[in-house]
Design a protein around this ligand. Structure first.
Ligand code: 3PG
Length: 402
């Protein structure tokens, strides 16, 4: 695909698809990571004399105008981060958008209102994509985290304008490629989370690609239960036992070393500061539930990690939101960060919970690469083709641009 190295933006209207879908609580943005990470692309386009017009969805208004889901506060925050004025238009198509775009001078920045206020966005309606495209001369996609959606602003529009990958998109694709498609081996993955049922495709793809797979979170309970271990009152999916056994069988056939907990931190209920006990995995009391992996498991994971060159991480090892069940995740995260700093391990992590867990452990900046993507990161781990990425690979040829 073509990057900004191949684009001449001076004097052009650049439609920049960003993912401005930041977490917001009571109208206050609680995490600006996505804005911080797209800022370099905006600065570069502005510096090169482009008229920068940002397109993004925000939350899930389902094709209707929902005032609480306006991008106006995000535009304001973006202006603070960029240290330059950012204009805002109260619609992403039609006369209001056009007027704001026409008023732009080279090097200025404008945010258009939430694309999902129009039903045509999620339907990838060609007529709506055409309306969006009418405000631009070129299209730059910097929204890897929305690339699993085949929507008008992430897919449809790329068929209508010369399309380029922005700097963040470029970074994400390079980092992910290096982690799983062409990794330095041995490569391992830590996959946590509560349910196997939502991660079957992901686990199957991991087993085929990595040398070592650590399974944590409540998902591990199902694997243990399937093998006849009594996991007491722990969260598990009994109907997934056959699937779990199948995954273990495939792993064996493919030479993927699966690491499951050998001990656990258990409690009678899931609440902050309850009485806990650390037990061997075959000694979980019937009236207790597993809420974190134990210290022996942490040791085992760290020892394995030391044999690896690359580590991909998605999902916490325990119920990390509630201390003390954050301990294993924090300890392993810190060890991974240390190995990264020593130049021994390439670490790539993604998914909303995972990034929060790494921040909680104070090591978010020490990993080799943190993806800004949640759902898109998961689909990429599944080995799926992401429509917003695929279109960037093909569109130039379609438009006869090579
Ligand atoms: C995300 O936050 O993962 C992306 O912005 C996509 O949002 P969506 O799940 O509402 O499509």
């Amino acid at each position: 695909f073509r990057t900004l190295d191949n684009a001449d933006v001076r004097g052009k209207r650049v439609l920049l698809r960003a993912d401005l879908n930041v977490p917001m609580h009571d109208g206050v943005i609680t995490d600006t990571t996505r804005l911080d990470r797209v800022a370099p692309t905006i600065r570069e386009l502005a510096k090169d004399g482009g008229k920068v017009i940002l397109l993004s969805h925000f939350a899930r208004p389902k094709g209707k105008v929902v005032p609480e889901m306006s991008l106006a506060p995000v535009a304001k925050k973006l202006s603070e981060i960029l240290g330059m004025p950012v204009a805002f238009a109260s619609d992403c198509v039609g006369p209001k958008a056009k007027e704001a775009v026409d008023a732009l001078k080279d090097g200025q920045v404008l945010v258009l209102e939430n694309t999902r206020f129009h039903a045509g966005e999620e339907k990838n309606d060609p007529a709506f994509a055409k309306e969006l495209a009418a405000n631009g001369d070129i299209y730059v996609d910097d929204a890897f985290s929305a690339s699993h959606r085949a929507h008008a602003s992430t897919e449809g529009i790329a068929h209508l304008l010369p399309a380029f990958a922005g700097r963040l998109m470029e970074q994400e694709l390079k980092a992910l490629e290096k982690a799983l498609e062409h990794p330095e081996r041995p490569v391992g993955a830590i996959i946590g989370g509560s349910k196997i049922s939502t991660k079957i495709a992901l686990l199957n793809n991991m087993v085929a690609k990595v040398n070592v797979l650590v399974i944590g979170g409540a998902m591990a309970n199902t694997f243990l239960g399937a093998q006849g271990v009594n996991v007491g009152k722990s969260l598990q999916e009994k109907d997934m036992y056959p699937t779990a056994l199948e995954i273990l069988k495939t792993a064996k056939a493919k030479g993927c070393d699966i690491i499951l907990p050998v001990d656990a931190v258990v409690a009678k209920e899931f609440a902050p500061n309850v009485a806990t006990e650390t037990v061997a995995i075959d000694a979980v009391p019937s009236d207790a539930m597993i809420l974190d992996v134990g210290p022996k498991t942490v040791e085992l994971i760290i020892a394995k990690m030391k044999t690896l060159r690359t580590l991909v991480w998605n999902g916490p090892l325990g119920a990390f939101e509630v201390p003390p069940f954050d301990k294993a995740t924090v300890d392993v995260a810190r060890a991974a960060a240390q190995l990264t700093k020593e130049g021994k391990l390439i670490t790539v992590a993604g998914g909303g919970d995972t990034v929060s867990a790494l921040k909680h452990a104070g090591v978010a900046n020490d990993f080799t690469y943190l993806s800004t993507a949640g759902g898109a990161f998961l689909e990429w781990l599944e080995g799926k083709v992401l429509p917003g990425v695929k279109v960037l690979e093909t569109t130039g040829a379609e438009l006869g641009l090579g």
